[in-house]
Ligand binder design. Structure first.
Ligand code: UT7
Length: 329
């Protein structure tokens, strides 16, 4: 009998209908389509405008579609993990709300806050419950409503981010498919370069924090860029080395969609051909924890059972890493 791995047996995504194009942003801040396209690769992003909706609603839409696609009943879900930095509220966590909204009455769940690496961290975590035979069905969601924490007067950040959610179902497989290995890292020393200053216990919300616009994403883009390229490249190299693989053995690289120049730079460093790199940044921008599952969802029809995929991400924290899986469907 083969070893049990946590295989992705279904993937689904959900993005809001409303598009925010580069031309729309030209009207909000001092920027232009040419700058945004050439410096980031982004042409438009989706923004959640539905009255009363939040991150949990995007998650719920993604999960409902996932359950339908895979013929899974909500009551069969054992565990549901949501990776997000835009939880509906500080507490309770978003996963609880999502379980309620999709009718997952027999599940428990929790949120993972690892910014743009959130889905990677959540996937590695969820996989453990399958691999050690605790559970049979684990749902992992990556979702962010970045528009709720973006300052649309700050051109350094507002051109990059968008809203969206992606979800996968993990089930045990003994045919060699599934999550095989991962290299994950965190370094809190980078926390000041990409963060939200107020709203936590360090600086609770006050008139002053609101006046100072401290409830929005702050990023030192240039420095984050350099760390992102280094971190994604080095963890991917380590992952390949210890699995005795070269880039020729990998059918698809699935990189976090933060900036097209980061993606091409990582691919160049790894000598990985761009034709096999998943890219959808042009239409969704950076959806933080949503980018990786939204890529899998977008490219699903091009994937074949047994394909080797390397997912890699870098985000606030700092957090980063790479994960190797064999596609199961
Ligand atoms: O997902 C989590 C991790 N996040 C990332 O990985 C993001 C990493 N960083 C980036 O993607 C890029 O650093 C940005 C897209 C944020 C910025 O691009 P950049 O090429 O690093 O630009 P920069 O900050 O070096 O700025 C270059 C120039 C500056 O003007 P001066 O000082 O040279 O006159 C900026 O003020 O571009 C200016 N600029 C803009 N111009 C037009 C910055 N943002 C804009 C803008 N439109 N939106």
């Amino acid at each position: 009998m083969g070893k049990i791995h946590a295989a992705i047996t279904g993937v689904n995504g959900w993005v809001p209908e409303t598009k925010l194009t580069n031309f729309d942003l030209e009207k909000l801040v001092d920027t232009n389509d040419e700058w945004i396209t050439s410096r980031t690769g982004i042409r438009e992003r989706r923004i959640l405008k539905t009255e009363g909706w939040a991150t949990s609603d995007m998650c719920a839409e993604a999960v409902k579609g996932l359950l339908e696609k895979t013929g899974t009943k909500p009551g069969e879900i054992d565990l549901l993990i949501v990776a997000t930095v835009t939880a509906d509220m500080v507490f309770p966590d978003t996963a609880n709300t999502v379980c309620d909204k999709v009718g997952a009455k027999n599940a428990w769940g929790y949120d993972i806050n690892a910014a743009c690496s959130g889905f990677l961290f959540a996937l590695a975590t969820g996989a453990q419950f399958i691999q050690n035979e605790t559970y049979k069905k684990v749902v992992v969601v990556g979702a962010d409503m970045m528009s709720s924490i973006i300052d649309y007067t700050d051109r350094n950040t507002c051109v990059i981010f968008g809203d969206g959610a992606g979800a996968v179902l993990l089930e045990p497989k003994k045919d060699g498919t599934g999550v095989i290995d991962f290299v994950l890292r965190a370094d809190g020393g980078g926390r000041h370069l990409l963060h939200m200053k107020a709203g936590g216990s360090l600086q609770p919300a006050s008139h002053e924090t609101v006046d100072n616009r401290e409830h929005f994403v702050y990023q030192d883009g240039k420095r984050v860029f350099v760390h992102a390229v280094k971190g994604m490249t080095s963890t991917t190299e380590e992952l390949l080395r210890r699995n005795k693989m070269t880039t020729d053995d990998v059918q698809w690289m699935v990189p976090h969609q933060a900036n097209m120049r980061i993606i091409t730079s990582v691919a160049e460093h790894l000598n990985f051909p761009m034709e096999r790199v998943m890219v959808n940044i042009q239409k969704f921008g950076n959806t933080t924890a949503g980018t990786l599952p939204l890529c899998l969802w977008d490219y699903e029809n091009q994937l074949k059972k047994g394909d080797n995929l390397v997912l890699t991400a870098f985000g606030g924290g700092f957090t980063w890493g790479a994960l190797y899986l064999k596609w199961a469907i």
